[in-house]
Design a protein around this ligand. Structure first.
Ligand SMILES: Nc1ncnc2c1ncn2[C@@H]1O[C@H](COP(=O)(O)OP(=O)(O)O)[C@@H](O)[C@H]1O
Ligand SMILES: [Mg+2]
Length: 227
């Protein structure tokens, strides 16, 4: 799914400028890091893509959808095509890993047999087959994030967004999560990752978009990597 920002600004209450005249195109199949210091506007940029927030001015286009004309139904349809992963995993703690994945499929109206099959397949694909009947509190941080990623890709989204997905993880575990996101991208999904975890991000040599105080300051360079 093509993502386009055309002159997008987002001003929150009390005049806080979270994003300032952003122009940006993310092509189908790309892997992109959004980085920059805390408060730079990374989370806001992702929220505008899954239309949890709308621009104050300018237009965000995601596939066939435009921020200027989104009905409730359009938003629901968009959310089925865009998977989202958060720093704090956001799993339901009294449901097993498998059930956490299954509810995403159930919410989309899939049949029980398909839900069972697909939930098992995606958990296998993130390396969690043997842990599928565990409750999240019994899983490590990395395993919880893998479960959240499995849930996010269960409906085969065209686009996967991850907001600081490694923010609560130690460096080795973080590396495994980045590798998993790269694998998902290789299978055809567009992946956009907001992170300030540049140690690993740089090594992966992907497109990097840097935000500072709501402005897009660099795009494409691999900051900090010596030539
Ligand atoms: N819901 C909100 N209401 C008011 N201000 C907000 C809201 N969300 C974010 N902000 C402000 O917008 C700016 C950008 O925030 P954010 O997008 O969360 O940045 P980042 O993810 O890069 O840390 C910050 O100044 C933040 O305080
Ligand atoms: Mg953030």
């Amino acid at each position: 799914m093509l993502v386009e920002f055309e002159n997008v600004s987002k001003i929150y209450e009390h005049g806080i400028i979270a994003l300032d005249s952003i122009n940006l195109v993310i092509d189908k199949g790309e892997f992109v890091f959004i980085h920059g210091p805390s408060g730079a506007g990374k989370t806001t940029l992702l929220k505008l893509i899954y239309m949890d927030e709308f621009p104050t001015s300018g237009e965000v286009r995601v596939g066939e959808y435009s921020s200027g004309k989104m009905s409730r139904k359009d938003i629901a349809m968009l959310r089925r095509k865009v998977g989202v992963v958060f720093q704090d995993f956001r799993l339901i703690s009294d449901l097993t890993a498998l059930e956490n994945v299954a509810i995403a499929l159930r919410a989309a109206g899939k049949k029980p047999e398909e839900i069972r099959k697909r939930a098992n397949i995606v958990l296998h694909s993130v390396g969690l087959s043997t842990k599928r009947h565990q409750l999240p509190p019994k899983l490590s941080g990395g395993e919880q994030q893998r479960t959240a990623i499995a849930r996010a890709i269960a409906l085969r989204p065209a686009l996967l967004l991850a907001d600081e997905p490694t923010g609560n993880l130690d460096p080795d575990t973080a590396l495994g999560i980045f590798d998993l996101l790269i694998d998902i991208n290789r299978s055809g999904t567009t992946v956009v990752v907001a992170t300030h975890d540049l140690r690993h991000a740089e090594r992966l040599r992907k497109r990097m978009i840097r935000l500072e105080e709501g402005k897009l300051v660099t795009d494409g360079g691999m900051i900090g990597v010596s030539p």
